[in-house]
Design a protein around this ligand. Structure first.
Ligand code: AHG
Ligand code: MN
Ligand code: MN
Ligand code: MN
Length: 336
């Protein structure tokens, strides 16, 4: 019976990636080993998040990060877990984390050919109230086998080999693309394995939801203000869109990917480059959106074409359903 086959044919994320790897034999399994270490980090953070309230992991760590944000205990813990897991994989040479001012250059004896950029815990402001948070990551191949330099991570997002996120919510869901589509895996805690649950995710061409922090409305530029106005008071008599904003990018993007719609973190007068960081928030989510048939725009260009100049650079971002992003691109084009 089909259901029987389904129950016994467990497609774990490791098996899935190995199948993918067969398309890149030259990688000799290095990518699979790297991914397994990222998955290990996600499993650890998932269990820490689930018992945060009990294990005194709520609250501040008493430090601030390069972003000027007060670090939460879980920010610091998850950062340490991912750095250690990635270094011990023996497959990385440079690591960039939201929580570390400088990039980590892996010691030669443990050096591999991949560069990983990551946000160990996204949506930290939601930790203490139990709202979904996540981890975001992107993977580059170093430019060529010379001494690793920052140039190896200051690459446009279109050069990423893979990107993904893990959302710690009612279930632990890992969404991944290695460049041929997007797939979602859910952690089965009884097996400790991520099982394929969302095969070949495609974002609806157009959505009914817009997702933005309306509290910044007084500082928005013209095109953003016009677009949001259009969502609320459509001229052509179509129904208004619904507003959904969780404040964790991972959760807002996951809903957008599955239900359709648009997520916006625009520039505003106070922060002309918006808030979200290019390497480990904008690029991975833009990569996933394009792989799922959507698109991602910075207000000036295709997000994945951006070439970052520093590792914590920010950019405005408009991403989601193809047709919805087309509308905001038209408004910015008219502004030029
Ligand atoms: P992080 O917790 O990793 O610093 O990221 C927080 C980001 C992102 O998750 C979310 O979309 C955005 O901050 C929310 O910002 P506002 O509270 O300004 O809306
Ligand atoms: Mn932060
Ligand atoms: Mn973040
Ligand atoms: Mn973070």
């Amino acid at each position: 019976h089909a259901s029987e086959a389904h129950r016994t044919d467990l497609m774990t994320i490791t098996r899935f990636v190995l199948n993918e790897q067969s398309k890149h034999p030259e990688s000799r399994g290095d990518f699979t080993i790297l991914l397994n270490h990222i998955v290990l980090g996600c499993k650890f953070v998932c269990s820490a998040v689930n018992k945060a309230g009990l294990a005194k992991l709520i609250g501040l760590a008493g430090e601030t990060n390069v972003q000027g944000e007060e670090q939460k205990k879980l920010d610091v813990l998850s950062n340490e877990v991912f750095i250690k897991a990635l270094v011990s994989s023996g497959r990385t040479c440079i690591l960039v984390s939201e929580e570390d001012e400088e990039a980590t250059f892996v010691e030669p004896s443990l050096r591999g050919k991949y560069c990983v950029v990551f946000d160990p815990l996204d949506g930290s402001s939601n930790i203490d109230c139990g709202v979904s948070i996540g981890t975001i990551f992107g993977i580059y191949m170093m430019k060529d086998s010379h001494e690793p330099t920052l140039e190896d991570v200051l690459q446009p997002g279109k050069n990423m080999l893979a990107a993904g996120y893990c959302m710690y919510g009612s279930s632990c869901t890992l969404v991944l693309s290695t460049g041929s589509g997007v797939n979602g895996f859910t952690l089965d805690p009884s097996l400790g394995e991520f099982i394929l649950t969302h095969a070949d995710i495609k974002i609806p061409k157009k959505g009914k939801i817009y997702s933005v922090n309306e509290g910044n409305a007084k500082n928005w530029d013209g095109p953003t203000a016009k677009y949001v106005e259009k969502c609320k008071f459509p001229k052509d008599g179509s129904p208004s869109k619904s507003l959904r904003y969780i404040g964790s990018m991972v959760a807002d993007v996951h809903r957008t990917l599955l239900y359709g719609g648009i997520f916006l973190y625009p520039a505003d007068k106070k922060s002309p480059n918006g808030k979200l960081r290019v390497l480990y928030e904008v690029f991975p989510m833009s990569f996933l959106m394009e792989q799922a048939g959507g698109q991602a725009f910075t207000g000036k260009q295709r997000a994945l074409d951006l070439v970052p100049k520093n590792i914590h650079e920010r950019s405005p971002i408009f991403l989601g359903s193809y047709d919805d992003v087309e509308e905001i691109k038209a408004l910015y084009a008219a502004e030029e």
